[in-house]
Ligand binder design. Structure first.
Ligand SMILES: [Zn+2]
Length: 247
C-alpha cells in the first residue's frame, strides 16, 4: 500500500502583512490561518474537521518567523488548535519575514525571498531560530521541514542535517518554474509512469495538468477538499516527493 502524507503549509501571509500593516495581525490570521471567506471558513479548523471525519491525521508545516514581529504568542495561536485535535506540527520557514522584521532581523539586515538566497551557515542560524520559536509556541521538536516557496537548495539539506532534522519536503518536480533548487536528478521513468496514471478529481491527468499549468501558472484551489481550477498544481504538490537526509 502506498503511504500518503496530507500536508498543509500553515502561515501568516507575509504579503498580506505588508499590505494590511503589522497592526493588522488578527486580520492576517483570519485570512491566512482561519481562512475566512464570504462562503465560510476554509482554514485549519475546517480542514481538521474534514480530516477528523475521515480518520485522517494531517501534517501542518507552521512558519514561526512572524514571531520576529509579533512574538511567539502569535505562533501559539496557530500551533495550539492543531495539537489540541491530535494533528501534527512540523517546521516551515518563509525568509520574507527577515525584511519585514527590520531591526529585529537576526542576520544584521540580510534579507532574501528564499532560503537558497542565504549561505549554509546562515540557513543553519535561521532554521535553529525558527525551530526555537516553534517550540516556544508549544510544538514538539520538529523532525520534518518544508521551505517557504519550496525555496530550498542542497545547502538547506546539509543545514537540516547539521541541526538534526531528518526529513525535508521541499522538492517539487511537479511544479513548473518553482523556487526549489535542490539538485536531485530528474524524475525516473517509474515516477513519470505513476504520474501519468494519476488523475485529479476532475479526471485531468497530471501530465495535462502540468501542461495547463505552464500556460496558466496560477492554480486556484477552492473549498476543501481541493478542486481543480484551470490547472491542478496544488493537488499534486502535497506528496510528490520527500528527500531524506541520511545520517
Ligand atoms: Zn509557505
Amino acid at each position: 500500500m502506498t503511504a500518503v502524507y496530507i500536508t498543509i503549509d500553515t502561515e501568516y501571509s507575509a504579503g498580506l502583512a505588508i499590505r494590511l500593516g503589522l497592526h493588522a495581525r488578527e486580520a492576517v490570521y483570519a485570512r491566512s490561518i482561519a481562512g475566512h471567506t464570504a462562503d465560510g471558513a476554509v482554514g485549519i479548523e475546517h480542514q481538521m474537521e474534514v480530516m477528523d471525519a475521515h480518520g485522517i491525521k494531517g501534517v501542518f508545516f507552521v512558519d514561526p518567523m512572524p514571531a520576529l514581529v509579533w512574538g511567539t504568542g502569535a505562533i501559539a495561536e496557530v500551533v495550539e488548535p492543531i495539537l489540541a485535535r491530535g494533528h501534527e506540527v512540523q517546521l516551515h520557514l518563509h525568509p520574507e519575514w527577515m525584511e519585514i522584521a527590520g531591526d529585529a532581523n537576526p542576520l544584521n539586515g540580510r534579507t532574501g525571498r528564499n532560503l537558497h538566497d542565504f549561505t549554509e551557515d546562515e540557513q543553519v542560524e535561521l532554521l535553529e531560530l525558527a525551530r526555537e520559536y516553534l517550540m516556544q509556541a508549544g510544538a514538539p521538536a520538529p523532525t520534518a521541514f518544508r521551505a517557504g516557496n519550496y525555496g530550498a537548495d542542497d545547502a538547506t539539506l546539509r543545514a537540516l542535517h547539521r541541526i538534526g532534522i531528518r526529513y525535508d519536503s521541499s522538492h517539487v518536480p511537479g511544479i513548473a518554474g518553482s523556487d526549489c533548487r535542490i539538485g536531485l536528478p530528474p524524475p525516473t521513468a517509474r515516477w513519470s509512469a505513476a504520474r501519468e496514471r494519476s488523475r485529479c478529481r476532475s479526471g485531468r491527468s497530471a501530465a495535462s495538468a502540468a501542461s495547463a499549468m505552464r500556460r496558466s501558472p496560477r492554480c486556484r484551489i477552492g473549498k476543501w477538499p481541493p478542486r481543480c481550477a484551470s490547472a491542478c498544481a496544488g493537488v499534486w504538490r502535497c506528496s510528490i516527493s520527500s528527500a531524506t537526509v541520511s545520517s
